[in-house]
Design a protein around this ligand. Structure first.
Ligand code: ATP
Ligand code: MG
Length: 194
């Protein structure tokens, strides 16, 4: 199986990829690690490096060439097009993501970006754009997902239905919206004010 695992940060891509690989021996390419290790970036924007998606894609294509089975995992996977059979977009309750990102001490604006990307189905929409020839399924990992169960789901191509849109009005997320609207929106608001 040629498998892409994408999804919002902290949905459990690396955890699941490692478990799947243990069960199947399929090799894993961790896109975050590859970008870091090989310096596949376009320089910094603020404090963060911006990944060079063109170089990343061509590097991954070389690594998977001629292989029958592989797993490529990382949120960046939804931004590039790879010869996958199945793309699994991992989903998780935004309130759980909030907790996990807080534990990882992510900056609040980054937490806000990611929480709202999850609510707005960002990785799913990008995957649908970049993987027109693959089967795209969603796997809700909120209550955990064993590798065994995931393999069955991948083989049967059985997707979860996910809709977090009600959470836009959830009081527990209001503080994020008030002070940390997603970066691009904020930039737009600032430039409109100027
Ligand atoms: N099935 C699970 N049950 C409980 N905790 C989990 C599960 N999957 C992941 N986690 C926890 O959630 C956190 C994020 O997991 P992981 O690093 O696998 O996510 P990721 O999607 O690869 O994130 P990133 O995009 O930042 O690399 C970790 O602390 C991990 O231990
Ligand atoms: Mg990861």
């Amino acid at each position: 199986m040629k498998l892409v695992l994408s999804g919002t940060p902290c949905t459990g891509k690396t955890t699941l990829a490692q478990e799947l690989s243990k069960q199947t021996n399929w090799p894993v390419i961790d896109l975050n690690a590859l970008v870091k290790k090989e310096g596949l970036n376009l320089g910094k924007q603020g404090r963060e490096y911006v990944a060079d998606l063109r170089r990343l894609r061509s590097r991954v294509l070389k690594l998977v060439k001629g292989k029958e089975h592989w797993i490529v995992e990382g949120h960046l996977a939804c931004e590039i097009s790879l010869p996958a059979d199945v793309v699994a977009v991992l989903r998780a309750d935004p309130l759980l993501l909030l907790k996990r990102m807080k534990a990882r001490k992510y900056a609040l604006h980054k937490v806000a970006d990611n929480v709202f990307c999850e609510i707005l189905d960002y990785c799913l929409i990008q995957s649908e754009f970049n993987y027109r020839h693959a089967r795209i399924i969603q796997l809700d990992t909120t209550r955990g997902l064993s590798a065994k169960h995931a393999i069955n789901r991948l083989k049967s191509r059985q997707s979860d239905c996910v809709d977090w849109s009600e959470l836009v009005h959830d009081k527990r997320l209001a503080f994020l919206l008030r002070n940390n609207t997603p970066r691009d929106v904020r930039k737009g608001l600032k430039s409109r004010r100027a």
